[in-house]
Design a protein around this ligand. Structure first.
Ligand code: SF4
Ligand code: SF4
Ligand code: SF4
Ligand code: FES
Length: 981
């Protein structure tokens, strides 16, 4: 720590800290238009000028040193600040009263008030550009753009989409998309970073325009004349009077605009943000304080919320009668559910019923669902969709390090010297997490290795891209591990101190020679040796993986191989190291954590452990079943076999997302009684006997747990749409009709019970999670959490990790002469899964209207296919018709199909083969035959999709180019009279 003086008062700071941060911490008010702590110094606005030793410096770009004397208010500093801001106003008209950005947080408005400028010596200059409305979600108004460059910095160096730049050399600089395209035709992925950081109204969400203010919905001509009036009276009245009016209007807005914190309902990254609403209209999503994401979102979290107010929402329970559904009252529907469950249980026993929880719903809801299954019905037939994706990763980590979650937080990934991504299209599936890797790679020199079948964005950015043959990651990972051991490159100190089982594990590596791996994986030995050397040379290695690994018949073993490799190289127990299975859904981690599994009570406590069971039995005052129940996969088999008669499922599109969808659908239609609970009449609802209308995340309270094991609260943005109910209430209603006598009034009461029974969450309370606060499990009773796991020991009784021996497994469903193409599948950035929510967003539909199958250019040439050609894909299990998209993201005979379709779901093609240890379907092991159909349609991806754009990567806003302009000079060096109040 050092000491310095700011305006005569001594302050403490860390040596080298940004002066502006010290000034802000001290509570000294100073203008700083372009500075945003999450962007760092951009130095475009010059409004933060301060004086030190008679010199003017930019406070945002100055590091502090001991003994510095700073004046923020000297005559020289004040004049420079005012002159700088006056220059800003040449680019911006202050028509705040009729501006949708006049909400108390407009930086330009607030700086005007702070500096008290009355009149502008330099007049406003209009720019020769029109507004750009070509993106469905936001618009750019060059006339109001103050050229601060925050948006450019955010796009280039936080989101790292590298779309934005400023043409500093132009007589009229402006923000450019792809160097001069319209926004709609550019590479912009609509993540919203730029809009979020824009300090004024130049970039705005269309959902705000005409809605936020009292006078902003006026017709454009009326607005323009009002703006002219403002400009006209300004020389007479000065800005003081004009601002008073706008501030009164801004205060009035506070009465009708609500800002409510929530957590994103889409992927497992766990972004949190405020949702601004006026009645049931979403004005905007504003990220800022989220512990994971800060200013970041992706298109889904920022703009994908139209589904909440969709007219398709279910608002009445439905009962099937004579092959048709009819509307029913809640009482009638719930009575029927309870009566049928009780009858089926009485006749066939509790294990003839099964329960499926939702990874989209809250922890509290998963907890109640498993409590209903276990404590009320008496069965462990309980699962959630982590079975379809995450279970193998959890298994691999349970085997080796003892906890089935990410080793650290996203911050720990940022700190790695080398990130290895295996089987994950991170930029599309976990977009905000990917931004942190892209940023560290671009700005900090972090190295990146990607192993994938597709050359997706992360693969294109990688220092080394591996394209192994499908299903062979286990082989190359084990061969690299063996090579490290054989060549004395393992971390023996770490192994001696922290790891058991080396000898046996080494024996299991015998088949994994470099020669074998090169042959089996189709990679050169040199490439594999390069991987090994990059790993040992890196200061910290994090391995990220997803469904390209787990959805294989050896998914658990490959996940284990990843962890084994990290142990051999000592890449655990410190920041910048560890294993990161990227969780798919917003709460897929939490659903499993909270007991929605056939073998675990909440907190991964075994159902067959008498001590655990007795704790829950006394907590719940019931007898509990002691043998593992059926998982999702086994449930479908049990229906076909006639032993499973009834199912209760909520928030889960099982008939489309489970593998071998035709077989699953047949199974569901055989159920004696099936209850589906959802916000829409999903494809799965077609098989139901009773459909119950639930509420989405914006209409309830509770907690989600993200991929970082981070538990966060969500608050009620809207009341439940009339007729729908939050899932926890519905589950409680069902339980109570079966005699449970639950009396939860609020999800916080449910969490109190969870914490009392589950050591992993002992210290989790709603108070400790208030607002944007969060906790990473395990959470001790005193509230201490663990963002980074294993800092003191591994989660086994002796504190040591375990190397787990592995053997070779062949992939299933391999190509042959008939099914000659390999079909891979996964997500798209814009859509979530089958698209039940995202297709209801008009903007997303406009940009990404349909699914498709990606075909390599060489295969397209061979088969006479172009983008838009209809093809029929036939596997051993079913067929779908779909349009082709020719792209070099895929190679040779490998196809890729995104999963976002309910008309042509890829899972009609996938098999019932599973990972041996977890029963996770081997979705990624599918072979198909492709028939080229005579019809040729439009390309399934329209020209306005961001994938057709041409990004313009640069270092950032490149302010030096502004400084090099002949008309630029540092403010404060020439005499400008700026009149103040
Ligand atoms: S990708 Fe688009 S929305 Fe995201 S920061 Fe860049 S320009 Fe803005
Ligand atoms: S559009 Fe960009 S450069 Fe213009 S004011 Fe907004 S953030 Fe600044
Ligand atoms: S979908 Fe994922 S990355 Fe996108 S905003 Fe939501 S949590 Fe963040
Ligand atoms: S805040 Fe320092 S130059 Fe803009």
């Amino acid at each position: 720590m050092i000491r310095l003086t700011i305006d005569g008062v001594v302050q403490e700071a860390a040596s080298g800290e940004r002066l502006i941060d010290v000034i802000n911490r001290a509570g000294v008010q100073i203008s700083q238009v372009c500075y945003h702590p999450q962007l760092g110094p951009i130095q475009t606005c010059d409004t933060c000028m301060v004086e030190t030793n008679g010199q003017l410096v930019r406070a945002c770009a100055t590091g502090v040193s001991a003994g510095m004397e700073i004046s923020t208010k000297s005559e020289k500093a004040g004049a420079a600040q005012r002159e700088a801001f006056d220059r800003i106003l040449t680019n911006h008209v202050l028509y705040c009263t009729v501006c949708d950005n006049n909400n108390g947080n407009c930086t330009v408005h607030n700086t005007e008030r702070l500096l008290g400028i009355e009149h502008q010596p330099i007049p406003f200059h209009s720019k020769p550009y029109e507004e750009d409305h070509s993106n469905p979600f936001y618009r750019y108004d060059p006339q109001q753009c103050i050229l601060c460059g925050r948006c450019v910095e955010a796009c280039q160096n936080v989101q790292v989409n590298e779309t934005l730049s400023i043409n500093w050399e132009d007589p009229h600089p402006r923000v450019l998309w792809d160097g001069g395209s319209t926004i709609g035709e550019s590479s912009c992925v609509s993540c919203g970073h730029c809009i979020t950081v824009c300090p004024c109204n130049a970039l705005m969400e269309k959902s705000m325009l005409g809605h936020a203010g009292f006078l902003t919905a006026l017709p454009k001509t009326t607005l323009s004349s009002m703006i002219d009036v403002v400009k006209g009276v300004e020389p007479e009245t000065g800005y003081g009077a004009i601002l008073k009016l706008s501030e009164a209007e801004s205060h009035m807005r506070e009465l009708r605009i609500r800002r409510t914190k929530t957590v994103c309902t889409y992927c497992g990254v766990g972004c949190s943000f405020d949702v601004w609403t006026k009645d049931r209209h979403i004005l905007k999503v504003e990220p800022l304080d989220g512990p994971t994401n800060g200013i970041s979102t992706c298109v889904k979290g920022k703009f994908g919320w139209d589904f909440v107010n969709s007219p398709d929402r279910l608002t009445k329970p439905l009962i099937r009668e004579g092959g048709k559904f009819r509307e029913a009252s809640w009482d009638e529907a719930l009575d029927l559910v309870a009566r049928k469950f009780a009858e089926i249980k009485a006749k066939n026993g509790p294990d003839s019923l099964a329960f499926v929880s939702s990874s989209k719903c809250t922890n509290e809801e998963s907890y109640l669902m498993q409590k209903l299954a276990r404590a009320v019905i008496g069965t462990n037939n309980m699962d959630n969709c982590s079975r379809y994706c995450q279970a193998p990763a959890t298994q691999g980590l349970f085997r080796t390090v003892g906890y089935g979650g990410d080793s650290g937080s996203i911050r720990d990934i940022e700190n790695a010297g080398l990130v290895i991504i295996i089987g994950s299209n991170t930029a599309e599936s976990h977009p905000v997490l990917a931004t942190r890797v892209k940023r560290a790679h671009k700005l900090r020199g972090q190295k990146l290795i990607v192993s994938d079948l597709r050359e997706h964005e992360m693969a294109k950015r990688a220092d080394l891209f591996l394209h192994p043959k499908p299903g062979t990651d286990l082989v190359w990972l084990s061969a690299v591990t063996r090579y490290l051991l054989d060549n004395g490159m393992a971390n023996t100190k770490f192994l001696d101190q922290w790891v058991n089982g080396l000898a046996e594990y080494k024996k299991s590596l015998a088949p994994f020679t470099m020669e074998f791996a090169a042959r089996a994986c189709g990679l050169s030995e040199d490439t594999l040796k390069k991987v090994a050397h990059m790993i040992v040379e890196a200061d910290g290695v994090c391995i990220l993986w997803a469904m390209g690994v787990t959805q294989h018949s050896m998914g658990s073993d490959t996940s284990t191989a990843i962890s084994n490799l990290l142990l051999i190289t000592g890449n655990y127990m410190r920041t910048g190291t560890g294993a990161y299975p990227l969780r798919g859904h917003n709460n897929v981690q939490g659903a499993s954590d909270h007991g929605a599994m056939p073998n675990f009570l909440p907190g991964y406590q075994h159902v067959d452990d008498p001590e655990v069971r007795s704790r829950f039995q006394s907590g719940w005052n019931v007898e509990l079943p002691s043998t593992k129940g059926l998982d999702n996969h086994e449930m479908i088999d049990a229906i076909h076999q006639g032993t499973l008669k009834a199912m209760y499922l909520f928030g889960e599109e099982i008939s489309l997302v489970d593998s071998n969808a035709n077989f699953v659908g047949d199974g569901l239609s055989k159920l004696e009684f099936f209850v589906a609970q959802d916000i829409f009449f999903s494809h799965t609802c077609q098989f139901a006997d009773v459909v119950l209308p639930a509420s989405p995340s914006l209409e309830k309270e509770g907690t989600f747990t993200s991929t970082e094991r981070r538990i966060q609260r969500l608050y009620e943005v809207f009341e439940p749409l009339e007729g729908s109910r939050p899932d926890w209430r519905i589950i409680q209603d069902v339980a109570n009709r079966l005699g449970a006598k639950w009396e939860y009034q609020h999800p916080s009461e449910i969490y109190r019970e969870i914490a009392s029974l589950t050591p992993l969450f002992a210290g989790v309370t709603y108070e400790r999670l208030e607002g944007f606060k969060s906790l990473h499990w395990p959470v001790a009773k005193d509230g201490t959490d663990q963002p980074l796991l294993f800092t003191k020991q591994f989660a086994f009784p002796d504190g040591k990790a375990r190397l787990f021996p592995l053997s070779l497994t062949e992939t299933t469903d391999q190509p042959n002469a008939e099914f000659d193409l390999h079909l891979n599948n996964g997500r798209l950035l814009e859509h979530f899964h089958e698209g039940n929510m995202t297709y209801r967003s008009e903007g997303i539909r406009e940009k990404t209207p349909d699914t498709f199958v990606e075909v390599s250019p060489e295969l397209a040439r061979e088969r006479g296919i172009q983008s838009g050609t209809w093809v029929q894909l036939t596997s051993r299990y079913g067929h779908v018709r779909v349009r082709a998209l020719v792209t070099d993201r895929v190679q040779g005979k490998e196809l890729y199909m995104p999963m976002n379709s309910s008309e042509s779901p890829v899972n009609r093609l996938t098999s019932s083969h599973t990972d041996a240890a977890t029963n996770t379907p081997a979705y990624k092991e599918t072979s198909v035959h492709m028939d080229v159909l005579p019809e040729i349609g439009e390309s399934p991806l329209p020209r306005i999709n961001s994938r057709f754009g041409h990004p313009t990567p640069q270092r950032g806003v490149e302010v030096e180019r502004k400084w090099n302009r002949s008309d630029y000079s540092l403010p404060g060096n020439r005499l400008v009279q700026v009149q103040t109040r």
